[in-house]
Design a protein around this ligand. Sequence first.
Ligand code: GLU
Length: 444
Amino acid sequence: MNLNKLMLQVEAKHPNEKEYLQAVREVLSTIEDVYNEHPEFEKAKIAERLVEPDRIFTFKVVWTDDRGEVQTNLGYRIQFNNIIGPYKGGLRFHPSVNPSILKFLGFEQIFKNALTTLPMGGAKGGSDFDPKGKSDSEVMRFCQAFMMELWRYIGPDTDVPAGDIGVGGREIGYLYGMYRKLARENTGVLTGKNLEFGGSLIRPEATGFGGLYFTKQMLETAGMDIKGKTIAISGFGNVAWGAALKATEMGAKVVTISGPDGYIYDENGIEGEKIDYMLELRATCNDIVSPYAEKFGAKFIAGKKPWEVKADIALPCATQNELNENDAKLLIANGVKCVAEISNMGCTPEAIEQFINNKIMYGPGKAVNAGGVATSGLEMTQNAMHISWTAEEVDAKLQQIMNDIHTACVKYGKQPDGYINYMKGANVAGFLKVAKAMLAQGIV
Ligand code: GLU
């Protein structure tokens, strides 16, 4: 099969879903060689079957705000593929949420979860609910209303949601409380829970930590040390926090974080209590990063992204397509050595092309940020066994998983000239696992 032809069909079928098309295009364009080496894939129409989700649930979420006004939001759960394990993936609460964004995230999640080495399928969900400026009780009422609709479609061995943008420990707690009441069971149906009711140590840090374990491996493979390197980070949420924590622990210097209002440049390095402060800032629910500048005497550059600073390493930790072609050119001109996406699909295709053409190390989100969902998988295991592991045990497993993902990317991404195309490596490794599972299980 000419995968280009399939891409044209998908484009014709879903013309308005640009993020979803972008994610599918990236995967199909990198797996072509291996696809054609396996005529059995073509015979079973693996690619055609993989690009469409198994099913999409769309529901209305009605709740009452603090003024007593009735609010209506949209809720979704996209169960994309469960060939290697229960559907697994986060929930995103953000006004930009729509089927295209959730389909791109769900599609990516299939390959990411396959890479983790754990038995998890791909899913995603969320709502256009905007947590910005909402009170605790508003968030609680929204989460309860959301779960009243969702609960009948999920289960610890069916579909296990977790957090994503706008959904952290607080939201997972409220969602879990309602699920437990409706389903009358205490199971690992959600991950990212608090420690008191089945959460895993290291889960809050895991996406950022895993991202840094992967980045360190990329650098070491190229004969470089992360120690002493300057890092530009975007975002200031849970992922950016974990990344900054591990980066400074590894001896690197983090000079930026960012929000929708602009970015912080702290030439003294973002470390110690400044990293703790990120959590405080996030908890205000105002979604602005500028108060950091006043508190610590750093620079705040309004309305700009951090990719204009001089840095050895760039770590997008905010959202999709947050680093474009121009940003890539600026980073390259400033001598960037490694770009590792800890956000999902953080770079535009044009930006990725810049990095690859200039032989800059580039790590795609589905490999670099897989530590988050991998640790969710470890939370599921602990829940199923009714035990809890120590932080050291979870961290050791996370490091092993990130190592294995890195090895898989190198295996399938190493080019004849020695350059490692991590994007190709991650796509091919993830795809092969899913495709083989689909073949083995027949046409279902
Ligand atoms: N939302 C995270 C991701 O993009 C985590 C998902 C999970 O833990 O299930 O992978």
